[in-house]
Design a protein around this ligand. Structure first.
Ligand SMILES: [Fe+2]
Ligand SMILES: [Fe+2]
Length: 273
């Protein structure tokens, strides 16, 4: 039996009482309006509230994606078990960590409820269909996991290293980042094992719209989010963000490590349709 990694329960590891509503919960350059005249026009209180709404929306999207991943890892458990103790232990650790993240996000919503109502961002519905249909443990499955977890790592890294956020936000980011870096490494290892030398062209054709919709769900909030944050003209703000070049550049930068890794293995996830 391989030695299990020491485990810290995120629910008890975070100093929840430090989730200060008087501070922003995201660095400015991660907020969707950053770089636009609409951002410059907001008051400091409006900027702070928007950063809090967007942080909660990110957590909610993470919670939703993790529910699909937990389902797959759970279904794959009997096969992983039969494949040997080492691989089984790695997948059990990932399952335990994802369950911990999801409990951490639920606890975050509890602690944030006095500051903002629960944010329910748009769901990437192609990802939902894909999660239902894709065989667990296939190359396509691990490619989708790699895309989701790489974006999570890149966003979390930027939050982690940002000063002036509440200590609880930094702790959530640090904990999630440490785990997700390992999960990305596992996804890459599984892809090296499962992806054929020449992936079928259909694989890229499936992953490209999936990736586009996932990035839109992450980086282009729906008008409801701006409404929840108390901003005027929420539809116009959502529209401006879809045309915000700084936002598009951030999305590309967060996807880039996964995109490069998959391109080297014959899977183009960024261009075409
Ligand atoms: Fe996670
Ligand atoms: Fe993960």
């Amino acid at each position: 039996m391989p030695a299990a990694r020491p485990y810290r329960d995120p629910v008890t590891a975070i100093a929840w009482e430090t989730l200060d509503p008087a501070l922003p919960w995201l660095p400015d350059d991660l907020v969707s309006l950053a770089g636009l005249p609409e951002w410059a026009a907001l008051s400091p209180a409006e900027r702070r509230r928007l950063s809090q709404a967007e942080f909660l929306a990110m957590a909610d999207l993470g919670l939703w994606l993790e529910s699909h991943l937990l389902g797959h890892l759970g279904r794959a458990a009997p096969r992983s078990f039969a494949g040997g103790a080492r691989g089984y232990a790695m997948e059990l650790e990932e399952l335990r960590e994802e369950a911990g993240h999801s409990l951490m996000f639920l606890k975050l919503f509890d602690n944030a409820s006095a500051t903002l109502p629960r944010i329910r961002p748009r769901r990437p519905l192609l990802a939902a269909a894909f999660a239902r249909l894709v065989p667990t443990g296939s190359g396509l499955f691990w490619a989708a996991v790699l895309i989701g977890e790489t974006v999570a790592v890149e966003l979390t890294r930027r939050i982690r290293h940002s000063p002036a956020l509440p200590r609880a936000v930094g702790e959530i980011a640090a904990l999630h980042l440490a785990d997700e870096v390992r999960h990305v490494a596992l996804a890459r290892r599984r892809l090296a094992e499962t992806l054929p030398a020449r992936p079928h062209p259909l694989a890229g054709a499936l992953l490209r719209p999936l990736t586009r919709q996932f990035l839109a769900a992450c980086f282009h909030p729906a008008p409801a989010l701006y409404r929840t944050a108390g901003l005027a003209r929420p539809e116009a703000l959502a529209c401006a963000v879809r045309r915000n070049p700084a936002r598009a550049a951030l999305a590309r930068a967060c996807l880039a490590p996964a995109s490069r890794f998959l391109a080297r293995r014959g899977l183009e996830i960024e261009s075409g349709g």
